[in-house]
Design a protein around this ligand. Structure first.
Ligand code: PMP
Length: 454
């Protein structure tokens, strides 16, 4: 780590060739490589940049490292597992840690959601959940149920299933001809005119879910397999559901025999001050996807958690003509022992340190700090739910995202703070155990930037 450190913020020890070799995801590669922001170390709540600075991580990884970077207990669990059992396949063989983690995770999920399919990422968890939903109806003999419903501004990962049900045009536009067929979208829950500067769930907008009834009327509810939503949309800028929206969504799905999938890749395991948003909102879906926080992101891992009915129906499907395998799906690394060991250590820490309660207690301060920007001249909206927050900036000179990216860069170089910008929306995902003084310092640093940015 030390050998990579330099003093000139414009340089790293990496050559241009090395920089060019890594095609960075969801990044302006050309721009980045002119002045790369390279991280060479991390401990607790701080990154170490290649030029040797301590940079506060106000995004806790990518909504994902909630109990801090390099947690020693997880490091230890990973090292121990690597030396005891580095890998074994999960096809007709299984490692002990995967079973233990599945059981622990099921224990945190809502009552009756007792079965866990492991993946390596949120995107894979989503595609797995969609396949499970389709397989369930087939196993039930409900052969017409092949339609899927997503939502405008939904983000469900980058794979083909996820972008098909997702509702973000730039992620879909090049692939229109190859997206999944029979996918419908309900409208976003967000409307600035009625919701701007709301703290938590907006009052206005629960009626927007009625669009699902329309989709059912037009297409036949017996043709719809599942609806997938983020309980509170994250990547598209923190769009908490209007009060009553999720309750009504559950009601409509139940009425029509449609499975409800909550994509809790962000909201799962502490981010909203509870095990899952399902419990926080008291709305119980049929399938939950999760990832990020499951291992505190120290090893890639995701999961789809399903209820008993779904598991039993697929596993016991008497129509299946192959009794060796009930569900033709899985990954080389499903339930990887090192990831599972990291997951077990992470869940231990959540329990021992009361992480979800700590996160819940931080919400008031977080909301106050965010909403102190309500009157800022460059800000057009502020939104938050749990420890997810967004400050939306006014777009400068019709250059969508330019001001957002400049804020991100200036915060990194000038203020030693990492935040994320999605276009002109600044996003915040503080550590679940953040220190109040670090949050206060970071937000006043951000204010300095916003006060002086063009
Ligand atoms: N679903 C949601 C709700 C997400 O926020 C994300 C990632 N931010 C994903 C799925 C995809 O996860 P991954 O990047 O691990 O594939």
């Amino acid at each position: 780590v030390e050998s990579l450190c330099q003093n000139d913020p414009n340089e790293t020890a990496l050559s241009q060739r090395q920089l060019d070799a890594f095609w960075m995801p969801f990044t302006s590669n050309r721009d980045f490589k002119q002045q790369p922001r390279v991280i060479v170390g991390a401990k607790g709540h701080f990154y170490k940049s290649a030029d040797g600075r301590q940079v506060y991580d106000l995004f806790s990884g990518l909504w994902s490292s909630g109990i801090g970077h390099g947690h020693p207990k997880i490091v230890e669990a990973i090292a121990k597992q690597a030396s005891e059992l580095d890998y074994c396949m999960s096809f007709q063989l299984g490692n002990d840690k995967a079973f233990l983690l599945a059981d622990r995770l099921a224990g945190l999920a809502p009552e009756g959601m007792d079965h866990v399919f492991f993946t390596n990422s949120g995107s894979e968890a989503v595609d797995t959940a969609l396949k499970i939903a389709l397989a369930y109806h087939q196993a039930n003999g409900d052969f017409s149920r092949v339609g899927l419903v997503g939502r405008e501004r939904g983000y469900h990962g980058a794979n083909f299933g996820g972008i098909s049900v997702g509702g973000i045009m730039p992620n879909r536009q090049l692939y229109q001809g190859n997206l999944l067929p029979r996918v419908y979208h309900i409208p976003t829950t967000y409307d600035r005119e009625h919701q701007a500067f709301t703290d938590g769930q907006p009052q206005w907008g629960s009626h927007l879910v009625e669009e699902l009834e329309k989709i059912c009327r037009v297409n036949g509810s017996h043709n719809i397999a599942a609806v997938i939503v983020e309980p509170a949309a994250g990547s598209t800028g923190i769009l908490p559901p209007p009060i009553g929206y999720l309750e009504r969504l559950r009601e409509i799905c139940t009425k029509h025999g449609i499975l409800l999938i909550f994509d809790e890749v962000i909201t799962g395991l502490g981010r909203v001050g509870d095990s899952f948003a399902a419990q926080r909102m008291q709305v119980i879906p049929d399938i939950i996807t999760t990832a990020k926080s499951l291992t505190n992101s120290m090893v890639p891992m995701g999961a789809a958690i399903v209820n008993k009915k779904i598991y039993q129906t697929i596993v016991d499907d008497s129509r299946s003509d192959n009794r060796n395998v009930e569900f033709f799906h899985g990954y080389t690394y499903s339930g990887h022992p090192i990831a599972a060991a990291a997951g077990l250590a992470t869940l231990d820490i959540f329990e021992q340190e009361g992480t979800f309660e700590t996160a819940r207690e931080l919400e008031t301060l977080f909301s106050e700090l965010l909403h102190s920007f309500d009157d800022h001249p460059k800000v057009i909206d502020v939104r938050n739910f749990g420890l997810m927050g967004a400050i939306e900036l006014e777009t400068r000179d019709n250059q969508l995202g330019a001001r957002g990216l400049e804020t991100h860069k200036r915060c990194f170089w000038e203020q030693n703070v990492v935040l994320r910008n999605s276009s002109d929306i600044l996003q915040f995902s503080p550590f679940l155990n953040a220190k109040p003084e670090d949050l206060e310092r970071s937000f006043s640093a951000i204010k300095k930037v916003l006060d002086t940015i063009e």
